[in-house]
Design a protein around this ligand. Structure first.
Ligand SMILES: [Zn+2]
Length: 335
């Protein structure tokens, strides 16, 4: 029996699974106050809840995988999250009711688990792992997973290996700078002005639109020009980021997930493909884009859940788990 925990900016989701698949799930909003171990305590309580649902003792857990929003920082030699949307101490404008500079993760979780294995990864890296094992990146050795949601993050695989980086933070490309139109120029939670997330993240879109992103996309679907300007600028920024990934890393495929993207992938995916492969936006390096593809994941919640579990999924469970995700169905999504 294994557990997976997904820590996002607004919610924590946990699941417990055996060799046949997921047997219990629980979720709750992310705690915003208390000490900087409050989130880790909530994660453990959710796992206990899952174990109760499955009528198991939490002692039966063999390993726990945690996918968490980053960036990670060391805290007394163990990984902690310094995510701007969790830590009120990082930015006075955040409005969060805490003064945390980082959220303790590895230390309290290891204490609770005793000597049992704990694997901790950035959420986009974990999602990449899930899509590589069961989803639209199956069989791809050089690929990226891009989450387009409230924030923007990337998981990278090169030569068949997950890229972690010197501090587990490889892929924070949402904070890379792009020369997109200045229409939406605003400050990102990380402090940058004009990075991809400040132009295309859900929070930035809501700010630029002056309302909910759902209203923005409704207006976009109706052809309102103001909405077209805001969404177009975001698409430019994401397309620039994807182009940069293709030419920097020589990738075969980029898979895009995240709640914002998946809710509107019928519009956003063709618009991205047109910018990347059909327009003259990028006249250079066409050869590196030849044969490359951009695809949508099927279900962002499933990707997040599988991502955390994949971090500790025993190799021997893989065949039975793979049978739940038939390759033909995945290929149809990727087409
Ligand atoms: Zn940023």
């Amino acid at each position: 029996m294994i557990a997976g925990i997904d820590l996002g900016g607004t919610k924590i989701a946990a699941s417990v699974a055996n060799e046949s698949g997921v047997v219990a799930r629980a979720r709750m909003p992310v705690p915003r106050s208390g000490d900087d171990r409050a989130i880790a305590r909530a994660m453990l309580a959710l796992v206990d809840d899952c174990c109760r649902q499955a009528r198991l003792s939490s002692d039966a857990l063999q390993a726990v995988g945690v996918a968490a929003c980053g960036p990670f920082e060391g805290q007394a030699g163990q990984l902690a999250s310094a995510a701007p949307n969790l830590c009120g101490g990082l930015s006075p404008e955040s409005g969060l009711p805490n003064r945390w500079m980082r959220v303790a993760l590895e230390a309290p979780l290891r204490e609770a688990l005793g000597g049992r294995p704990l694997a901790l990864a950035n959420d986009a890296q974990a999602a990449l792992f899930a899509e590589h094992r069961f989803g639209v990146l199956r069989g791809v050795s050089h690929g990226a997973y891009l989450t387009w949601s409230t924030g923007i993050g990337v998981g990278l695989m090169l030569d068949g290996r997950l890229v972690r980086g010197k501090s587990g933070n490889a892929g924070h490309a949402g904070h890379s700078m792009v020369p997109s139109a200045q229409l939406l120029r605003s400050r990102c939670g990380c402090g940058n002005e004009g990075d991809v997330e400040s132009l295309a993240g859900g929070a930035a879109l809501a700010r630029a639109w002056g309302g909910e992103t759902e209203d923005l996309f409704n207006a976009y679907r109706l052809g309102e020009s103001a909405a077209g300007g805001v969404v177009g600028c975001a698409l430019d920024a994401i397309a620039d980021l994807v182009y940069n990934l293709f030419v920097t890393l020589d990738l075969e495929r980029v898979a895009i997930g995240g709640g914002l993207f998946c809710s509107h992938s019928d519009l956003l995916l063709p618009a991205l493909r047109a910018r990347l492969f059909e327009s003259d936006r990028y006249p250079g390096m066409r050869g590196m884009l030849a044969g490359a593809s951009v695809v949508a994941v099927s279900d962002p919640s499933r990707t997040a859940e599988l991502g955390a579990l994949c971090l500790v999924l025993p190799e021997s469970w893989q065949p039975r788990w793979s049978a739940q995700f038939p390759a033909e169905a995945v290929a149809a999504i990727a087409a």
